[in-house]
Write a protein that binds this ligand. Sequence first.
Ligand code: 3HC
Length: 291
Amino acid sequence: MAFEKVGVVGLGTMGAGIAEVFARAGIRVIGVEADAEALARGRGHLERSTGRALDKGRLTAEEREAILGRVTLTTAREDLADADLVIEAIPEVLEYKVALFTDLDRICKPETVLATNTSSLPVTAIAAATGRPKRVIGMHFFNPAPVMRLVEVVGTILTEDGLLEDVSHLAWQLGKTPVVVGDLAGFVVNRLLLPYLNHAAVLLEHGVARRDDIDAAMRKGVGLPMGPFALLDLIGLDTAYEIMGVLFGETRSTRHAPAPLLRELVGAGLLGRKTGRGFYDQDGPAPAEAW
Ligand code: 3HC
């Protein structure tokens, strides 16, 4: 099936990044936010990200205009009525997602595919809350969405034949590599990545090594682009903590028990890049003796 008009609901870091990915691939996008203020923040994400690409000479001014011109921003969900695909990227709270999908099911034409960008919540529960469970799937992008090449395409026991292939084909069209995964909390990437990030926080708590040394060790010793604390700051400590909570709730395995240090930082509102400070102070000099 052809996906010519795509809706994105929620224009935070991930949603705006996803909207940019579609617009860059020449696909028309309707970006929806709850109110004018959130919409303005979403527009800001899009303008900054494409502006950075312009400054680096990766986009011409005309290409940037064309990309931004393909994105229509609105607060009216009804504008999604004739979209071929709608991707949800709102906060990771199952009841918010279920309420949104119930609404999208009412608004959108019967053929519209509804996708969630959830990192760890059950896609099956979201699908089952609609009247079209066979056309509800997961499309899990990675942060920063315009850069990271993977999309986890999540199918459920209810997914109709052929849909995962169609959505995988779409992911290739976006310049991404699709990996089809089952509806298990954390799918593949977060199921493997989050215990590692959590364990880094445990090592720090136990004083095994300093923050900067743990980050350097994983960059230099394993060749990762970022160490675990820089990556936690990028993902958002609140998001990481929530995902770990879901993994722990599902498995009851101590492997997934969130580190108390993470809980403390989240409780203190030190969420990483989005608040200016997490494990690192984003503006200040990197304190060599920190942690
Ligand atoms: N938005 C758009 N583009 C961005 C960006 C952003 N937020 N951040 C960086 N970029 C682009 C830059 O413009 C640059 O593009 P160019 O090559 O065309 O000039 C390119 O990415 C590289 O950026 P930089 O040179 O500034 O910096 P780095 O080389 O250090 O790369 C990085 C930055 C891409 C973030 C790299 O450090 C990286 O790959 N880090 C790991 C990220 C990762 O693991 N993400 C997955 C997290 S898990 C997840 O998202 C799942 C969720 O459910 C929690």
